[in-house]
Write a protein that binds this ligand. Structure first.
Ligand code: ZN
Length: 408
């Protein structure tokens, strides 16, 4: 006898549309997909609903920061207060249909992950980077005007220079419980005085970090806007390029060859571009956003041309109360269609099957043997991508956790 049956939904399995069928679950796993009617202890009637894998946001930051200034948040908020706010975010993410998120830099996310896994609070599965690794005068310093000691005290990035320090930093991050390593391979938008096109960390430093990650069976994700830093990161063996807004055709070709994915993070760019000023984004962020926002559309085009896998990742780290917001992370899927030119099916894949493959997850695809992380949508996002916002039921690990939009 199966523990759960999800009957008669119209199913997109994370890779392709398969049409009307039944999904049978035993414990936390999908065990059978068939048109046959079999008995189960619990039933979900999905007649008239669109059924797909739980959504995956492959790039966010569970900072718990209010307002738009990362720097002020890290400087002035107690990390415990931020953690409690982020616990709320986790619940909202689950209710929005996200059963897995990859946190690309926020030490608290390791604690959140553990609390969710223990069943203390509701939330998605969290794949956590802990502290991102950055060089001195690097992107994860946020401000380059503070005394360096203060940057270290902020507790956001793990700052290191030279191969030996990078090895130590990688081991410290892994020791803290990180699932993978995030590095800053170029400057960025929300860091004060570096430029997105500037490479950061040397090839030797990046290779050393990749080696440490691979030794414990994991991988490196690289924040990279500029082409030079992105190229060095790809050559050093990172698995995912984050942002990639200024990468050239040559680098994209190399990514395709080496099986490296691109997370274009359109949501954060639109958020800062449209609402940055009213949100109180640090002034350097407002100044630098135009350049990366324009570039990334070309990067997506190139990625599609060469078959580089695209992942849906918002890069949200704020609660904004706006139409682009933590808890509305499906906005990335819409933007991938509206701005990125992806088909609806490609965009759904970016938030499910692609992430499953690139991040080596046992979720994100509706297939026998995979975790039963499944959502029901009141609509059809293949026909109208806006319907991705209409998640009504969320099943995580074989348990119905959200029903008719309410947490149970
Ligand atoms: Zn990020």
């Amino acid at each position: 006898m199966y523990s759960l049956a999800i009957r008669n939904g119209i199913v997109f399995d994370g890779e392709k549309f398969i049409g009307k069928t039944n999904i049978y679950v035993d414990g936390d796993k999908i065990v059978k997909i068939t048109n046959e009617r079999l008995d189960a202890k619990e039933e979900v009637n999905a007649e008239g609903y669109f059924v797909m894998p739980g959504l995956i946001d492959a790039h966010l930051h569970l900072t718990g920061i209010r307002g738009g200034s990362l720097l002020m948040g890290y400087l002035l908020d107690d990390p415990r207060t931020r953690l409690l706010r982020a616990a709320n975010w986790a619940r909202e993410l689950l209710m929005a249909g996200f059963t897995t998120v990859r946190d690309c830099g926020e030490p608290n996310s390791i604690i959140l992950r553990n609390a969710i896994n223990e069943g203390i609070i509701p939330g998605p599965r969290i794949i956590a980077a802990g502290s991102p690794i950055t060089q001195t005068f690097g992107h994860a310093e946020l401000s380059h005007s503070l005394p360096l000691e203060w940057s270290i005290q902020l507790g956001f990035g793990e700052i290191c220079d030279g191969v030996d320090e990078c090895i130590k930093a990688a081991r410290k991050v892994l020791r803290s419980g990180a699932d993978f390593i995030k590095i800053m391979a170029t400057g960025g938008v929300l860091s004060e005085r570096d430029r997105p096109e500037w490479p950061q960390l040397t090839p030797e430093e990046m290779s050393a970090i990749v080696r440490e990650a691979e030794k414990v069976g994991t991988y490196v994700a690289a924040h990279a806007h500029g082409d030079k830093g992105a190229r060095i990161a790809v050559e050093a063996g990172v698995r995912t390029i984050e942002h990639g807004s200024l990468i050239t055709e040559e680098t994209v070709k190399l990514m395709a060859e080496k099986g490296v994915s691109l997370t274009p993070t359109l949501s954060i760019q639109e958020l800062i571009y449209k609402y940055g000023k009213q949100m109180g984004i640090d002034p350097w962020g407002l100044e630098k956003i135009g350049q990366v926002r324009e570039g990334v559309i070309n990067s997506i085009k190139l990625a599609r041309k060469y078959g580089v896998m695209i992942l849906a990742g918002t890069d949200l780290g704020f609660k904004t109360g706006l139409d682009i917001d933590m808890g509305k992370n499906w906005v990335e899927v819409k933007l991938l269609v509206e701005l990125g030119g992806l088909s609806s099916e490609e965009a759904l894949r970016a938030a499910t099957g692609n992430a499953s493959k690139m991040l080596r997850l046992n979720t994100g695809i509706i297939r026998e043997g995979y975790l039963a992380d499944i959502v029901l949508i009141n609509g059809n996002p293949l026909e109208n991508i806006n319907d991705i916002a209409r998640v009504s039921t969320v099943i995580k690990g074989g348990k119905v956790t959200v029903e008719n939009g309410k947490l149970i």
